[in-house]
Structure formats: C-alpha cells, structure tokens
Ligand binder design. Structure first.
Ligand SMILES: *[C@@H]1O[C@H](CO)[C@@H](O)[C@H](O)[C@H]1NC(C)=O
Ligand SMILES: *[C@@H]1O[C@H](CO)[C@@H](O)[C@H](O)[C@H]1NC(C)=O
Ligand SMILES: *[C@@H]1O[C@H](CO)[C@@H](O)[C@H](O)[C@H]1NC(C)=O
Ligand SMILES: *[C@@H]1O[C@H](CO)[C@@H](O)[C@H](O)[C@H]1NC(C)=O
Length: 252
C-alpha cells in the first residue's frame, strides 16, 4: 500500500506541473483592428501548441463553442452580427484571453488595435472608410481638438503613449464631396503599475530597515543571555533556599 503512495504522489505532482506549464492560446487579429466596418474581411488566428496527431482548434464565440475547427477563422464581408467576444484553445494550450471585435455601420470609422494601452506602448489609429473608398483632408481629433492633419489619408501613429494621450478620439475627412465624421472612441493610457513604484523607493529605506533588524537582533541576544544568567542564578538560590527549607523541619 505504502509503496504505491509515493509514486502516485509523484505522478500527481508531475502532471499538475505539466498542466501549469501550459500557456494560454492567443487570438491574433489580422488586420489588428478590433473595430471594423461592415463588409471588411477579418482573419482570426489561433496561436497555441498542438499535440502530435491533433491539429484541431476550438473556437468560442460569446462564450459558446462553435463548430469551426481550423486554426484560422476567416470572417468574409463581416456583419454587425459578427460583433462579440472570440476565444480559442488548442490541444496543448489553455483558453485564450478574449478578443472583442466590433463591427460597425457607417462611412468612416476610427480604428484601433485595443482600447487600453500601457504608458510607453505605441498607438496606431486609422481613419477607415467603408469599402476603402478614398478619403481626403483627414483630421484626427482628441477631446475635440485637432491633433493631426493629412491631405491624403494616413494613420495617426503615436510611438510612445503617455497619459496625456488618453481621451476621446474621432476622425473626419472628405469622401467624394461629402464631409464625413467617425464616431468617437475612448482610449485609455494606463500609468506604471504599483510594483514598479516600490522599486523606485530610495535605497536608504532598505538600509534603515536592515539596520533596525540588526539592532533588534543584537538587543534580543543581549537580553537573552542576561535573562538566562539571571534565571540560572535565581534558580540556584531558589534551589538552595528550598533545600534549606526542606531540611529545616528535619532539623527540628
Ligand atoms: C473582402 O474580401 C473579398 C474577397 O475575398 C473582396 O472582394 C472584398 O473587397 C473584401 N472586402 C474589403 C472591404 O476589402
Ligand atoms: C489537420 O489534419 C488533417 C489530416 O491530416 C487535414 O486534412 C487538415 O487540413 C488539418 N487541419 C489543419 C487546420 O491543419
Ligand atoms: C455577442 O456579443 C455581442 C456583445 O458583446 C453582441 O453584440 C452580439 O449580438 C452577440 N452575438 C450573439 C450571436 O450572441
Ligand atoms: C468638415 O466639417 C467641419 C465642421 O462641420 C469643419 O470644421 C471642417 O473644416 C470640414 N472639413 C472639411 C475637409 O471641409
């Protein structure tokens, strides 16, 4: 019985280790925009490890498993009804994080690859027209103020985002003779996370901490020996007095 327990425990440990080693699959959008216009073509790729002999991929749309088994999920001539949350998983990967796809109707759409960015990341914004019709005199606006102007349509590229780049964006331009505007998109640029703030603490905080610990250790040690010696001598005198006290009655 006991001979079985150890191998079983080892096996459990190893298999749980294997499972923890598995990485999440990743859904990659091509092109990278999470907002598209109707009739745009969108390709979703599932990136993850496959076991030998099983190349099938599981796709989840709005949380439900769909019948598609290929690693590439192609949405041709997208519809508003294709909007939603996409996730995937392969035989040797964990369920991916969701990719939220929005399919809109309209003439112009401000495209972005995500809504929330970290400071320092690049931001790409594209003023995209329905069926890729030519757009001229393109203006990108942030919080109602013009930020960038292109006589011919071009992407608005921010190489390194700062928190000043957070805000509501839209674009406008001319399609034929018509002045068209996109709706607004809220972009959030997040500052550094709290762990990197603690890293920035001046080193003397740590030095003081170490000195305090050292001091406490010294005080503790001195106290320990002091108390021990006192205890020993008081025990001795207590034993002696007890001995005397015990002896006393017999003396009588
Ligand atoms: C989507 O792809 C089809 C061909 O597969 C093409 O005819 C169509 O123009 C594409 N849509 C856009 C918006 O580019
Ligand atoms: C998976 O393998 C089968 C048989 O080898 C093949 O027919 C199929 O196209 C493959 N699918 C993918 C997604 O590679
Ligand atoms: C999927 O969810 C999106 C919202 O995230 C919704 O607009 C869409 O209609 C849903 N589609 C289906 C088929 O449930
Ligand atoms: C489009 O209209 C807005 C306001 O209605 C105006 O400020 C802008 O100059 C127009 N754009 C062009 C290219 O005419």
């Amino acid at each position: 019985m006991w001979q079985l327990v150890l191998p079983t425990a080892l096996l459990l440990l190893v298999s749980s280790g294997v499972r923890a080693d598995r990485q999440k699959a990743v859904v990659i959008l091509d092109p990278e925009w999470v907002r598209v216009l109707q009739e745009d073509n969108v390709t979703l790729r599932c990136q993850g490890a496959y076991p030998p002999g099983d190349n099938s991929t599981e796709w989840f749309y709005n949380g439900s498993l769909i019948s598609h088994k290929d690693s590439i999920y192609f949405i041709k001539n997208s519809r508003v009804s294709n909007s939603g949350e996409y996730r995937c998983r392969t035989g040797l990967s964990l369920l991916s994080d969701p990719v939220q796809l929005e399919v809109h109707m309209g003439w112009l759409l401000l495209q972005t690859s995500q809504w929330v960015f970290q400071e320092g990341e690049p931001i790409r914004l594209k003023c995209h027209s329905w069926r890729n019709k030519p757009v001229y005199k393109v203006m990108y606006l942030q919080n109602g103020k013009s930020k960038r102007y292109f006589p011919q349509n071009s992407e608005f590229y921010i190489p390194e985002a700062t928190q000043d780049h957070s805000g509501s964006y839209f674009c406008r331009g001319m399609i034929g003779r018509n002045n068209k505007s996109s709706d607004t998109v809220k972009i959030i640029v997040q500052g550094p996370t709290s762990p990197s703030i603690t890293v920035g603490f001046p080193p003397w905080h740590q030095i003081t901490f170490c000195l305090l610990i050292g001091l406490m250790f010294v005080v503790d040690t001195v106290l320990y020996f002091f108390v021990q010696r006192n205890l020993r001598s008081s025990m001795k005198s207590w034993k002696e007095s007890k001995f005397q006290w015990n002896r006393d009655p017999q003396d009588k």
